[in-house]
Design a protein around this ligand. Structure first.
Ligand code: BTN
Length: 272
């Protein structure tokens, strides 16, 4: 694995490991030792890969498992925006190396889809650090974990999953994708500009959003469910859904697109 030229020129560093429990956990251990990034940690294999909401992330060799550790600035409330920065960087990089164009789309909050199936996910974690400076007493170090199914997609999930390898013999490998990804992150972070450019990131994200205007079902905590049409994401990155009772703004949840449910039925043989 190698960093892209732009990432190298900006002083980004890279640690490449054969195996680790989780590149995000390794990143958090580095933060505890004083590391502040920007640093990429990549592993060929993870023994305890983690997904959002405490789920397991199946991490087979050949897929990309990488985490970027960097300072998220002194306003922890802005750190969640970095999930959208990651989505924009990820779709740009995968489009550049794969030529898959419109077959790729972003799904709220942080998934990358290929032909409607999950190709990649982002796990954003923040570590608050006391700075000792009374004017800005806290800094948030973020670890942005990215998993891309380059070689293979896990089976038996409650949602459809895809891998780049399914797109043909010229499909990009994890090593081929990684350098452009690191450069795409530099471009997306520049656009974000520490939060001042979130409107531009939001616009780019929406340009590639899956199912805008389409029916969605969102599972919230405590088994609450919201059904309606996906209208947009708001200025804070929350999902706005038009329901029969009016607009509903969703902070966190699992989104099921109408399309997901038909693919799952097909894959399980319940529908042809
Ligand atoms: C999700 O969609 O649930 C997020 C998946 C994130 C997986 C990546 S793989 C690299 C990094 N290390 C982890 O343990 N998780 C993230």
């Amino acid at each position: 694995m190698e960093l892209g030229c732009e990432a190298r020129a900006r002083g980004v560093r890279l640690i490449s490991l054969d195996e680790v429990d989780s590149t995000n956990d390794e990143g958090k251990r580095f933060v505890a030792e004083g590391e502040r990034g920007p640093l990429w940690i990549v592993a060929g294999r993870q023994t305890q890969g983690r997904g959002r909401l405490g789920r397991q992330w199946v991490s087979t060799p050949g897929n990309l498992h990488a985490s970027l550790l960097l300072s998220g600035g002194s306003m922890p409330s802005l750190a969640p925006q970095l999930g959208f920065v990651a989505g924009v960087a990820l779709i740009d990089a995968v489009r550049r190396v794969s030529g898959l164009g419109e077959r790729l789309a972003l799904k709220w909050p942080n998934d990358l889809l290929l032909d409607g199936g999950k190709l990649a996910g982002v796990l954003l974690e923040g570590v608050p650090i006391a700075t000792g400076d009374p004017r800005a007493p806290h800094e948030c170090i973020v670890v942005i974990g990215i998993g891309v199914n380059c070689a293979s997609a896990p089976q038996g999930l409650p949602y459809p999953a895809r891998a780049l390898s399914e797109t043909g013999s010229g499909a990009p490998t994890a090593a081929r994708l990684f350098a452009p990804l690191t450069d795409a992150f530099i471009a997306a972070l520049d656009l974000w500009a520490g939060g001042d450019g979130f409107a531009a990131i939001r616009e780019k994200w929406l340009e590639s959003a899956a199912s805008l205007g389409q029916p969605v079902r969102v599972l919230l905590a405590r088994d609450e469910e919201v059904r309606g049409r996906f209208l947009t994401i708001d200025a804070r990155g929350r999902m706005v859904v038009a329901t029969a009772e009016g607009e509903r703004v969703v902070d966190a949840g699992d989104v099921f697109l109408a399309h997901d449910e038909s693919i799952v039925l097909e894959q399980s043989g319940l529908r042809s």
